[in-house]
Design a protein around this ligand. Structure first.
Ligand code: E4P
Length: 218
């Protein structure tokens, strides 16, 4: 399972990358706004900065809502760096743009996915990645993990090449559950990745080892 970090914060991206287990980065317009990145030039420069830190796929989202605009924007984003994946929303215009990008060999991440039906359309259009939003489904009292499981099952039944990128991950249990059901990728905030490190028995065991070592070695 690939690990992506879900942020546009360069410090957090560096910290995640320094762990040595990072496979990529996802951003979205909200995450870019959170970092105060405004204006086209600043946005493009920020994506280049992220690509300079991480040797892995970096999702950059289009803002246009019409197919023509998405294609223009997406082609510009894809030209920035070989690792850029064009993130396109799950709409009728978005599906047409994904098909265009797929035919041209430009990789895509179909975002804002909340149903298996949407997942089938994105795979048929040739999306490289599909981003179902686990946390936001949970937020409305449905089951985000079950949605991932359903999509993984459908994709494997038909041999779709689209990778299931579980997004809107909120905690370490989401990551473990995605691993159990065969998600190809999880994109998570850095704190959810770091939370996987924690176990009280590790802390207790390490303290005891160090104390015993000190008894003998001073
Ligand atoms: C990433 O691709 C998504 O945009 C992101 O995971 C959404 O997460 P959120 O629901 O926590 O905003």
């Amino acid at each position: 399972m690939k690990f992506f970090v879900d942020t546009a914060n360069l410090e957090q991206i560096k910290e995640a990358n320094d762990l040595g287990i990072l496979d990529g980065v996802t951003t979205n317009p909200s995450l870019m706004a959170k970092e105060g990145i405004k204006g086209k030039e600043a946005v493009l420069a920020h994506y280049k900065n992220i690509c300079a830190i991480v040797d892995g796929d970096v999702s950059a989202e289009v803002i246009a809502t019409d197919t023509e605009g998405m294609i223009k924007e997406g082609e510009e984003l894809a030209a920035l760096h070989k690792n850029i994946v064009v993130k396109v929303p799950m709409t009728q215009a978005g599906i047409k743009a994904i098909k265009h990008f797929s035919d041209k060999g430009i990789r895509t991440n179909c975002t804002l996915v909340f149903s298996a039906g949407q997942a089938i359309l994105a795979a048929k259009a040739g999306a490289t990645y599909l981003s179902p939003f686990v946390g936001r489904v949970d937020d409305i009292s449905w089951d985000g993990i079950t949605l991932i499981e359903q999509i993984v099952h459908i994709y494997s039944t038909y041999g779709f090449q689209t990778e299931v990128l579980a997004a809107s991950i909120r905690n370490p249990m989401h990551i473990i559950q995605c691993a159990e059901i065969g998600a190809d990728v999880v994109t998570c905030p850095l704190n959810a990745i770091l939370a996987l490190l924690n176990h009280p028995l590790t802390d207790i065991g390490l303290a005891k080892f160090l104390a015993d070592h000190k008894k003998v070695n001073g």
